[in-house]
Design a protein around this ligand. Structure first.
Ligand code: R5P
Length: 295
């Protein structure tokens, strides 16, 4: 029997591509709220003795969490042989340390919770900066995939003369690799975070690159302040208007408008559905699934 795929939250295109290339079958379920706003979940496909994959991108996860874990639990109780999760965006990765006394390491608590409901997970560019491996956070097997290839293709097709700019040291993993693939220069800014919405950025002089278009790449755009701070430095140096690429279009309230008003072009991948999505990451997931089969 073919594995069953349920799309709970996220891109229909990702689900369709995974089903088509993986030769899976689409499952149906009903998720709605009772009048008192508690969540109601019902499976409409028979999962007995089948492998099941849930696709759920996990931005704004507080609203999605119960339906997600109820679904996983029900699928197991109703006889599925395994249940895996494809989470193109994985939340609760940034609080990975006790930065201040009295705080919790919520990435670990979240990892423990998901690991107790799912047998495995696939995700794209999780925020692994201070932690080096998902094994430090998750007890289930987690495959970490990267959006570098589709982002590189997009830049190649759409930006005639780019240079890559990382808005902070951690972004070197994307901009360094993309710059190498495109054979263009890259620069990384120095960022100091002073609060949730307060960022200070230092960038070197960029006189040699005045004729090139700065292409900023970061994993998450949330408040947009990291990008905005870099954009204002680029402006002060008289550089061309930049293109800001975010893997995950989290966009806290007002962030997208503010970024657009800054004169930057904003482009994201479809790990989270948003009007700025121009880069499709489904090929990354499909490639991984097919590679598993080959091995
Ligand atoms: C931080 O380490 C991340 O890579 C991003 O730079 C950060 O999450 C962006 O957040 P914001 O858009 O709120 O500045």
């Amino acid at each position: 029997m073919k594995p069953l795929v349920f799309l709970l939250y996220g891109s229909k295109n990702i689900a369709e591509q995974v089903i088509k290339h993986g030769d899976y079958e689409m499952g149906a379920m009903e998720i709605r709220r009772f009048p008192d706003e508690e969540v109601y979940v019902r499976l409409l496909s028979d999962v007995r003795d089948r492998k099941v994959i849930l696709i759920a991108t996990l931005d704004r996860v507080d609203e999605k969490l119960l339906s997600l874990i109820f679904s996983a639990q029900m699928i197991k109780e109703l006889g599925a042989s395994e249940v895996g999760l494809i989470a193109p965006y994985l939340s609760y990765m940034r609080q990975d340390e006790r930065f201040k006394e009295g705080e919790g390491i919520t990435s670990k608590y979240f990892g423990k919770l998901l690991s107790s409901y799912f047998d495995w997970m696939i995700t794209i560019d999780p925020h692994l900066h201070r932690r080096h491996s998902m094994d430090e956070i998750y007890t289930m097997p987690v495959a970490v995939l990267h959006a570098i290839e589709p982002i590189t293709k997009w830049i190649k097709k759409n930006v005639p003369a780019p240079f890559m700019m990382g808005p902070d040291q951690e972004s070197i993993q994307w901009v360094g690799e993309i710059a190498k693939n495109l054979d263009v220069p890259f620069v990384v800014a120095e960022k100091t975070r002073k609060g949730d919405r307060e960022i200070e950025t230092l960038i070197p002089r960029l006189d040699h690159y005045k004729n090139l278009t700065p292409v900023l790449v970061d994993d998450i755009i949330s408040t947009g302040k990291t990008m905005l701070s870099t954009i204002s430095q680029l402006k002060a140096l008289g550089m061309k208007p930049p293109i800001c690429i975010g893997v995950h279009a989290v966009f806290a309230e007002g962030a997208y408008d503010e970024l657009c008003q800054s004169g930057a072009k904003v482009v994201t991948t479809n790990t989270i559905e948003h009007m700025s999505n121009q880069i499709d990451v489904s090929s990354v997931i499909v490639k991984y699934i097919l590679s598993l089969r080959e091995h």
